[in-house]
Write a protein that binds this ligand. Sequence first.
Ligand code: IFM
Length: 442
Amino acid sequence: MTTTLTFPDGFIWGSATSSYQIEGAVDADGRSPSIWDTFCAVPGRIKDGSNGDVACDHYNRYRDDVALMKELGFDAYRFSIAWPRVIPGGVGPVNAAGLDFYDRLVDELLSAGIRPFPTLYHWDLPQVLEDRGGWVSRDTSFAFADYAEAVVGRLGDRVDSYATLNEPFVSADHGYVTGEHAPGRTSRAAGFAASHHLLLAHGLAGERIRAGAPDSRLAIVLNFTPIEPATDAAADIEIAHHRNHLENHWYADPITGRGYPADTAQYFEWDQHEVLDGDLEIISAPIDLLGINYYTREFASADNSFTLPEATRRNTMGWEIHPPSFGKLLRWINDRYHIPAFLITENGCPMPDDLRHEGRILDDDRIEFVRDHLEQVHGAIQEDVPIEGYLVWSMLDNFEWAWGYGPTFGIVEVNSHTLERIPKKSALWFSDVAANNRITVE
Ligand code: IFM
């Protein structure tokens, strides 16, 4: 038996990308190198040895990309702004030519009837700032506020909302603790300092956004990965508890006035010397909208011995596909944080994409993934979780960070030689969902 699930009137349907992953044109119009340009140049950092030099060449093809979004009937588009284009020196003079690009992009979106949802920081820190300490330095937070002011001064209230940061957990953890992302540092202490300075940057930029674009909404995008203990053993429960704090509470708690999870700070021996008087007040100024990124859940075991059972449904990066955890997470976020509105800012999956018909990728597995997760979103809305839209990750196959171009998250294929865009079957299916504002489930 099939059931039709209809979403509330005005529900926002769209897609998401980020600057370094799609723009290319790394030397154009005064852009300076970001930490990702530097990181990609180090042999062994990126699985396929690639980089974002060309990526999807969106910088030159943005008009066609917006036209495709319009053709697919999308209401909204989430993109990020590259700090090294706007303030190539990290601090100091604003590069008007860099801002022009985003000005043109916003105009193009608006004239196509698509709401722009920019994110100010999606991991491409100007390298010059990393050279002065990066996010371990408090100065970077103040530099970010100046950069935010420059962007808002140009784009103003034409954009629906400004998200300050994308996934600060990943910036701090992968960038400064595990080193798998740029800038590739490996220090727990640096990671805690970075996490605090990212949050401070969010708070300081929020003040500038409120002042410069009073009719836009203030947002931040956080990723959530529910962590479950691998077994009932006390040691597994304990590590799951702390990882859950690090991955799911560490940013949302201070933003909503709860401070950092104290027992986890103590467990990892973070003395919080970076947290100065007044910081937590700046960080906890109310936001209007929380962007939620969800992909998977994880299991924690004290000895790191846990592996997923063979039969587990996974994507091509090995992440478990577990839609029920998404529904549970959405209810938990709403019950705990009471934020006025939520937007699903990322959800999607890399799939094999190895079946074609008449040149089009037949990705029924991706359709199933998105449908199953939308069913969870619908269920949460029925329970009054104020979710106002769903943006699929990603509009285009793109540069997947340390994985290079191997994993394909796009609902639109990007031919690796010609860069031609070819909507996959999932793009057509999603377009239909957006047009009818509903899904059909078994
Ligand atoms: O590609 C990334 C994106 O940049 C941030 N969120 C997760 C995605 C998939 O790994």
